[in-house]
Design a protein around this ligand. Structure first.
Ligand SMILES: Cc1ncc(COP(=O)(O)O)c(C=O)c1O
Length: 463
């Protein structure tokens, strides 16, 4: 177990100390340390089995730095699974939350009125692509955003089918799970879902399902929808919506090839099928644009968002073409959507992304990170692919570049070696690791992370 003492060796902060602004990884105990172990044990005893990755136990955090309960300081390349785009405990978000909580916390924004949700809705209608009238529905999570969008599509089109991609992730409640097809563990024993869900193979050039090469493939992975599926198993006039992520997240950070979205959208338009753009993971600046669909040059009918919107507080939204709105009350609603404190946090998050020019920083640091990972790829033949947009980047681990067999064990070992050295990472897909630090990250912090990753890969290969 690594016990490297990097930079500061200051004493562990007492629990009452303010969030640490200190930088540099600091390892004072094995991770998990004695206090962390107790929490992990209690958690395992009391909390439902979910998706735990690493026994890292946070006490406080600031920017890209997390202090754990044993006094270790960890570099966060996970952003709370894509939530903390403005960094942990950004002072502007903290202040907005504190001020709003002291004023008015909840008033049921779906049933009554208050101003801040109209301000946030207005901002979102202007930030999302599409020069047409839009409206917004606020939710509390990504899955709830997917549910709201899928219901709105069905209600409008009065058609029973939704099409998505194999490998996609849209959430775990029954409607969104119907369209999630990222891992069979997510779906096993839950059939029959919400019904009407169909999936087509993903636009994954590293593992092309048709063993073709881009661009000579002529985007067969899009054309097949019309040329095969619509001729055989899916009647196009029964389809309400096509849902896709602009960059497939949980499925492995797969960036569809240029032209794929436009080809799918044009098939959808031909048949009156609504295109739902799931920006829950890729949106809010993560790829260097407000919404990742902007890289693909199409305008969706609906955009779903959540995760990073609230800067750390739970809030999601569906932003949709105004003409798709319900024509009577009661078809859809919720209790907490547009909660005042979450909305205040979201407004502060948007301000921070603008004021601190985080889209630009994402493009600059993302290019640097990608370059550093490509350099690692030249040294380690197990790095089969380096891909992504902005600071939504992943490396796919293989046994060797020739046979491309997914190297799941190596990926797991690297993640473990990394957190022991003070770098927090998350997997995606079968054998990939994603790198999604807060967008406030500096070049020095990117470099520190890549150096720890390098050491972790070396150690994992030997193990
Ligand atoms: C693209 C995408 N959509 C939806 C979701 C579901 O979000 P939540 O976990 O907030 O329900 C996720 C979560 O990872 C996601 O990545």
């Amino acid at each position: 177990m690594s016990q490297s003492t990097r930079r500061s060796t200051a004493r562990a902060p007492a629990p009452s100390e303010p969030p640490s602004a200190a930088k540099g990884v600091r390892i004072r105990t094995p991770i998990p340390g004695p206090k962390a172990k107790k929490i992990v044990e209690a958690d395992t005893r009391l909390l439902m089995t979910s998706t735990k990755t690493s026994p890292v136990t946070a006490a406080r955090a600031k920017g890209v730095w997390v202090d754990d309960v044993d006094g270790n300081r960890i570099l966060d390349f996970t952003s709370g699974v894509g939530v903390l785009n403005v960094g942990h405990c950004h002072p502007a978000v903290v202040k907005a939350v504190q001020d709003q909580a002291a004023e008015l916390m909840h008033f049921a924004g779906t049933d009554f009125y208050y101003e801040n949700q109209t301000l946030l809705a207005d901002r979102l209608t202007h930030l999302t692509p599409g020069d047409f009238g839009k409206k917004v529905f606020f939710t509390n999570s990504g899955t709830e955003s997917a549910e709201a969008a899928l219901k709105l599509a069905r209600w409008n089109r009065q058609r029973p089918i939704t099409i998505g991609l194999l490998g996609a992730f849209h959430g775990r409640s029954m409607g969104s799970l119907t369209m999630t097809a990222s891992k069979t563990t997510q779906r096993a024993r839950f059939d029959a879902f919400a019904g009407g869900g169909h999936h087509i193979p993903p636009p994954n050039c590293f593992r092309c399902p048709y063993q073709l090469e881009y661009p000579s493939c002529d985007l067969y992975c899009a054309k097949i929808l019309k040329e095969l599926y619509f001729e055989t198993s899916i009647p196009p006039d029964d389809v309400a919506a096509f849902i896709a992520e602009p960059v497939m997240g949980e499925g492995g950070y797969i960036v569809p090839p240029k032209g794929w979205h436009a080809a799918i959208k044009s098939i959808c338009d031909e048949h009156g099928i609504l295109f739902i753009d799931d920006e829950v993971q890729a949106g809010m600046g993560r790829t260097g644009r407000w919404f990742a669909i902007e890289h693909h040059g199409i305008v969706p009918d609906m955009v779903t968002t959540a995760k990073a919107l609230g800067g750390g507080l739970p809030i999601g939204a569906v932003i949709f073409r105004k003409d798709l709105d319900y024509t009577y009350q009661g078809a859809h609603s919720n209790t907490f959507g547009g909660n005042l404190v979450s909305v205040a946090a979201a407004l502060a998050t948007l301000d921070t992304i603008e004021r601190e020019k985080l889209l630009e920083n994402t493009r600059v640091q993302g290019a640097h990170l990608m370059e550093r990972l490509r350099e690692l790829q030249t040294r380690y033949e197990e790095i089969g692919d380096v891909r992504g947009l902005g600071l939504m980047v992943a490396t796919e681990f293989v046994r060797s570049r020739e046979d491309r067999t997914p190297n799941v064990r190596l990926k797991d070992r690297i993640i473990e070696e990394a957190y022991r050295r003070g770098l927090l990472l998350l997997p995606c897909g079968r054998s990939s690791i994603r790198y999604i630090p807060p967008l406030v990250i500096t070049r020095e912090e990117v470099d520190e992370g890549v150096e720890i990753l390098d050491a972790s890969i070396r150690a994992a290969r030997q193990g």
